[in-house]
Design a protein around this ligand. Structure first.
Ligand code: C2E
Ligand code: MG
Ligand code: MG
Ligand code: MG
Length: 286
């Protein structure tokens, strides 16, 4: 009897595995169709000066709205696209849309696009970027590219050659999720890095945890010593913002405390408002 039961359980388990597998296969097919149809859209999260007055740049963030399932998080569909070998098609779509949208904003505002580790390994990213800049007419000065620290470490030698070429075009190179790659940091001295985006895990509890704040300040002074710009990601609260300002930890702030990711039109509207008044009465914290 117990054998029968365990066989029954196994069958149930196997069915569930099948169902999950099929679900994943369907999601892959849908993603491929969305990419083929140029259906990946882009929203933009502004980066502000710590006083909230200057809007310097916006990060382009890919969005996929699935016809039945609704919004699928980029952490999920980017990973699926990497498995399928089609992530570069997403990079190119986002790059093109970001360059077009940025061209409609005031000239002082840049746009920052995320790269996948696959973009470092395969294809001719620098060539593609150069072509997209030509086609859209955006100045290379306004384009930033974000490479995660972990993909950089995985592909150090390929990355070095590619980043050198991109830098020669006049593009700004940022290290994304900085501080989460468990690296020796010696690459900072030898790679063409302009900006580090300090991961939000360093900010989350700086209010309660004095050691976390010290760690953050240490990273900041390291980057400053190397003449590298500092963006802090994931700043959510006024308390976090006040501490970052008090200890002069950032050149730019990206986080919900100032703005969620928004549409390209909303960026244009915000740009006007930012120049005139600063954002959302930030003066209260200064
Ligand atoms: P990321 O590049 O580190 O982007 C920042 C993520 O943090 C975004 O999530 C953003 O919405 C979120 N965020 C911003 N401010 C806050 C905050 O104050 N609190 C919290 N909790 N989160 C905040 P999103 O849009 O879901 O993107 C997640 C990740 O997906 C990105 O992390 C990036 O690694 C990847 N991704 C997004 N778009 C692309 C793309 O076009 N290409 C590639 N290769 N990866 C992308
Ligand atoms: Mg990023
Ligand atoms: Mg990041
Ligand atoms: Mg990330």
């Amino acid at each position: 009897e117990s054998k029968a039961r365990s066989r029954g359980q196994f069958t149930l388990f196997a069915d569930e595995m099948d169902a999950r597998y099929l679900e994943r296969q369907r999601l892959k097919a849908d993603l491929r169709a969305a990419v083929d149809d140029n259906d990946i859209t882009v929203v933009y999260q502004p980066m502000f000066t710590p006083d909230g007055r200057g809007l310097a740049c916006c990060e382009a963030l890919a969005r996929w709205h699935h016809p039945e399932k609704g919004a699928i998080a980029p952490n999920i569909f980017i990973q699926i696209a990497e498995e399928m070998g089609i992530v570069s098609a997403i990079t190119h779509q986002v790059l093109r849309k970001a360059c077009i949208d940025c061209g409609n904003w005031p000239e002082t505002i840049g746009v920052s696009v995320n790269l996948s580790v696959h973009d470092l390994r395969h294809g001719d990213l620098a060539g593609t970027v150069e072509r997209i800049l030509q086609e859209t007419g955006l100045s290379a000065k306004r384009l930033h590219l974000e490479v995660t620290e972990s993909s950089l470490i995985e592909e150090l030698s390929a990355a070095r050659a590619m980043l050198d070429r991109l830098r020669q075009l006049g593009i700004t190179i940022s290290i994304d999720d900085f501080g989460t790659g468990f690296s020796s940091l010696s690459y900072l001295d030898t790679l063409p890095v302009d900006v580090v985006k300090i991961d939000r895990s360093f900010v989350r509890d700086i209010g309660e945890n004095a050691r976390r704040l010290k760690l953050l300040r240490g990273i900041v002074s390291l980057a400053r010593g190397l003449d590298i710009g500092i963006v802090i990601e994931g700043v959510e609260t006024r308390e976090q913002l006040a501490l970052i300002k008090k200890h002069n930890c950032a050149d730019l702030i990206q986080g919900y405390v100032f703005s969620m990711p928004i549409s390209p039109h909303a960026v244009a509207a915000l740009a006007e408002q930012a120049e005139l008044t600063g954002i959302k009465g930030e003066a209260g914290v200064a």
